[in-house]
Design a binder for this molecule. Structure first.
Ligand SMILES: Nc1ncnc2c1ncn2[C@@H]1O[C@H](COP(=O)(O)OP(=O)(O)OP(=O)(O)O)[C@@H](O)[C@H]1O
Length: 599
């Protein structure tokens, strides 16, 4: 079986641990540094100090109140010490509660900012970027990759600071209580670091593989759902399912592998801590028997060593979390670093109110450098003129439109609107004055009213209805269950092709652009709707410069100027009568249409 789906995005991004990127990521925490500092202060001042003081009180209780070397024990001292310990436990509980609550709030804010920044950036990227990537894989970065940083950013940063402080505190206390015993217990730490750092690389690589597999699943899901009608029409469900199963299984395998590797971190630390405790008991009892150390100090030691491994375990887990997040961080910043292929000049001005003169000067352009889609195109269109672009499929009609809206930049030549190069003005000021009606009319989920209002959100209900009436859409809208408030789902599947087209006409009319671009629908519709659309088109084009990728003879014939394209070159130009007088591409095209209609 040939492989029908190929998702080539996302090769392994195998870079070493990157402090610069980590620094960049932490840059998103910066705005909340005051909050982080507060949490760290509360946790170290109250949480950590109480943690460190409890074993000391315990040791005093044993050596002075319960079993002093000289004289009897003291119940009142014991009660005071127990009360002190209870107070410290309470303080510690409050500090922990405070920390968890605030770190979560900060983490959520950081994730919110990161996701917004990523989405904002993706929206600024040009068509070229989306040409190269399946929608699903873009989706994964905004959802999965950002989510996977959530844990690290919410608890990780704060906990690491607290853990490092606690570790330092305990180390000092252990060495101060008994320098030799402290050193003997800590001898295992370097061993642990050597073992865990060799695991580091493998774990990171394994999680990268998981992310890539997930990204492919999402890309495939996205494509499958969008293409479901075709899949069902060609009865390809089984094939599709087996392909999906393969992806799913491969994802599970790589997940299991990564997860197994990840779990080796815990045991490494446990074994090391067990060895440490063993050393402590053996060497500790020797020291007690030799009279160098008291039982109370050994009890405190046991308690400290317990809390010594705790931050190390957490830091170890945090470290593997950082490694996992590293691949997501890399993938997020890879998108963030993507520059728009159509950049805005730094000193770009706002496009003044457009009159509608358009000039294309000696334009050459290709989506790929070695395959030009347009060659030496010259076109001078005066304001208010309607231009029909005709030609065989792939001749370059849509490409002209893409350049006019500056979805791509020309390789040679320039596009001028009212005598201004489109590269000299801001994209927003240019595009907001150009209306586009695409063949595949995109209806967003929401009401019909919202959809018509899309290009001019401040339009009143009366204006929305007036626009719909002008393009003859009002009647059918009123027949929908809730009229203008009828909810349509994404892509407007419940509407017919003709109805979607009329809604997009109303949308364009309401936005009232001086330049209108229209990719005429090729789908055949009934004669009545066709007539209605033609009338609506007449209203829509009035007083605007228009470029129409035209398929219907009636539209072409009504245009002031017809441009015939062939393999990216203008081969004929004129109005219908002029072009019909001489033999050539256009006359052949019209004759072919007549033959088709009369057949
Ligand atoms: N995003 C893209 N990436 C690479 N090549 C592209 C892209 N879009 C179009 N092309 C190529 O550019 C050439 C011109 O395509 P264009 O879409 O302008 O044709 P068209 O005349 O509008 O065709 P149709 O009537 O079928 O829509 C074609 O050879 C096409 O394969």
């Amino acid at each position: 079986m040939s492989r029908q789906f190929v998702y080539q995005d996302d090769e392994l991004i195998a870079k070493p641990f990157n402090w610069t990127q980590m620094g960049r990521l932490l840059g998103y925490v910066r705005p909340y540094r005051k909050g982080v500092a507060k949490v760290v202060f509360v946790m170290t001042a109250f949480g950590m100090i109480s943690r460190l003081a409890i074993p000391l009180l315990m040791s005093i209780a044993i050596d002075r109140a319960i079993r002093p070397k000289d004289g009897p024990g003291s119940v009142s001292l014991l009660l005071w010490l127990v009360a002190g310990m209870l107070f410290l436990y309470g303080l510690r509980w409050w500090a922990q509660h405070y920390t968890i609550h605030h770190t979560n709030v900060i983490g959520q804010k950081v994730i919110f900012d990161l996701r917004s920044a990523l989405f904002k950036h993706i929206q600024s990227l040009s068509f070229r970027f989306f040409d190269k990537r399946p929608a699903g894989s873009v989706l994964v970065r905004v959802t999965n990759d950002v989510n996977s940083l959530q844990d690290m950013l919410s608890n990780g940063v704060v906990n690491s600071v607290i853990d490092i402080a606690q570790l330092t505190g305990i180390t000092i206390i252990l060495l101060a209580l008994n320098f030799k015993l402290g050193l003997a217990v800590m001898i295992t730490v370097p061993i642990m670091f050597v073992v865990s750092s060799s695991l580091r690389k493998r774990i990171r690589h394994a999680w990268q593989v998981v992310r890539i597999k997930q990204s492919r699943i999402n890309a495939h899901l996205n494509e499958s759902i969008q293409g479901m009608r075709v899949t069902q029409a060609f009865a390809q469900e089984k094939e599709n399912m087996s392909f999906f199963d393969g992806m799913n299984k491969s994802n599970i395998r790589s997940w299991n592998r990564a997860s197994a590797l990840n779990q080796t971190f815990g045991p490494v630390i446990e074994v090391t801590s067990a060895i440490g405790t063993l050393i402590l008991i053996l060497y500790g009892s020797y020291l007690i028997q030799s009279g160098i150390m008291t039982v109370g100090v050994l009890v405190a030691f046991v308690s400290y060593v317990g809390s010594f491994w705790e931050p190390i375990t957490r830091l170890g887990m945090m470290y593997s979390q950082v490694l996992i997040s590293m691949s997501s961080t890399e993938r997020i910043f890879e998108f963030m670093d993507e520059k728009p292929a159509v950049p805005e000049k730094e000193n770009a001005q706002r496009m003044p109110d457009i009159r509608g003169d358009v000039r294309l000067e000696n334009i050459t352009f290709g989506y790929e450098l070695d395959r030009p889609a347009l060659k030496g195109i010259d076109l001078d269109v005066k304001a208010g003129m309607s231009v029909a672009l005709v030609g065989h499929t792939g001749s370059g009609k849509s490409t002209i439109i893409n350049l006019l809206c500056r979805f791509y930049d020309t390789i040679e030549g320039r596009v001028m609107v009212d005598g201004i190069d489109v590269r000299d003005v801001t994209l927003e000021s240019l595009r907001s004055q150009i209306g586009i009606v695409l063949q595949d009319t995109f209806i967003f989920s929401g009401t019909i009213r919202d959809n018509i209002r899309y290009g001019r959100p401040d339009a009143t209900d009366a204006e929305v209805e007036a626009a719909a009436r002008s393009v003859r859409a009002h009647d059918f809208i009123m027949h929908l269950p809730d009229g203008y408030d009828t909810e349509v789902q994404e892509r407007g599947n419940a509407l017919s092709v003709g109805q979607r087209q009329l809604i997009s006409f109303a949308r364009a009319l309401l936005a009232d652009p001086k330049i209108l671009i229209l990719d005429e629908a090729t789908a055949s519709i009934d004669t009545e709707t066709e007539l209605r659309i033609q009338e609506a088109l007449g209203t829509l084009l009035e007083g605007r410069t228009s470029f129409i990728v035209a398929h219907r003879l009636s539209t072409i014939r009504n245009a002031d100027r017809i441009i015939v394209l062939d393999h990216g070159v203008i081969v004929e130009e004129g109005n219908h009568e002029e072009l019909m007088k001489r033999p050539g591409h256009y006359r052949n095209l019209v004759d072919a249409q007549y033959r088709f209609l009369s057949a």
